[in-house]
Design a binder for this molecule. Sequence first.
Ligand code: FE2
Ligand code: FE2
Length: 387
Amino acid sequence: MSEALGDALLGTGPSPDAIPVDPATDPLADDDLQLALYWCYELHYRGLEGVDDRWEWAPALLALRARLEDVFERGLVDAVGPTGGAPDPEEVDRALRELGAEDAGGRSLSRHLEREATLGQMREFLAHRSAYQLKEADPHSWALPRLYGEPKAALVEIQADEYGGGRAERIHAELFAASMRALGLDATYGAYVPRLPAPTLATVNLMSFLGLHRRLRGALVGHLALFETTSPVPNRRYAQGLRRLGFDDEAATAFFVEHVEADAVHEAIACVDLAAGLARQQPALAQDIVWGARALGGLGARGSAPLLGAWDAGESSWRAPRGRPVSRLARPLGARGRGRGGGPPPPAPPRARPQRHRATTSRATSISRPSWSRSSTGPRTSSGPSR
Ligand SMILES: [Fe+2]
Ligand SMILES: [Fe+2]
């Protein structure tokens, strides 16, 4: 499927809607299915190198994505269970914290990395995480236009931190890239994706799946709330593991140290103001919020297993990179305009595009308030930075 998709997107194979989707026995462990779904979703992020941007909304591509998602969603429900009864909105915060305190069972990946991992294993771990961390926070941002009031304000507050609070070098994805480079890894967006196994890709596909479907906004919020709740402890261990291996400089550890500190605050905002706030606003979403958190917990444990299993066997957790078409899609670089490959059928006729005003390009530094707020004739505003 992933190779046929690569051919289709590059214009060298049949249309995506002609690609058969194999109903995998365990969709969460199916490398091919997860990679194909990952590429479908990537069209909504930075795009794929050499692939026409118009594929993002091409019906043939969306039809394939829908069939892949049907299989994926069935696998999620099999692994996590269906949504349970609707909890009292006032109980959502407590339910999330209880989920966060649950012992996932099995060996702890973070403890292994803290105490025993070799440098090679630490590098593999970072490469696995790069599939999400280099676009950290992006899937949850899709919830923003779907929320209002208290939960929206809470999500914006969290995301502002994730995106560096106005400082590009503090964007969490940038901090992660710096850590990768400090360990001698390739921090290019998407560089390692073709070598990652299904359980790793499934953890990222889960976020994209929840983020791209408004019906799942409650689950997306619950996912983020548990993500923040369960972040500080393992990140402290990862930082300690890096120091044990001799990487105690800020470039290597800043990402992890940042999450020990920031997520201790984000946890409260995410559980109380965001998740419980949404449940109070829309009680019908309460069960989805809890399910999204359970999905994170379930897939997280499955995602750790291939690494520990391979390392126990003295092997690498990489899989062989996929063949030619996917290799050519290996580095989504944020395609600008039309790529080299064939576009979605039917070809759209060239048309005039509206004039785009590039209001920010000549600005030397970021601004903290709009220019009209300093004039006496423009709209009045009393708001400033929230923090
Ligand atoms: Fe973060
Ligand atoms: Fe966070």
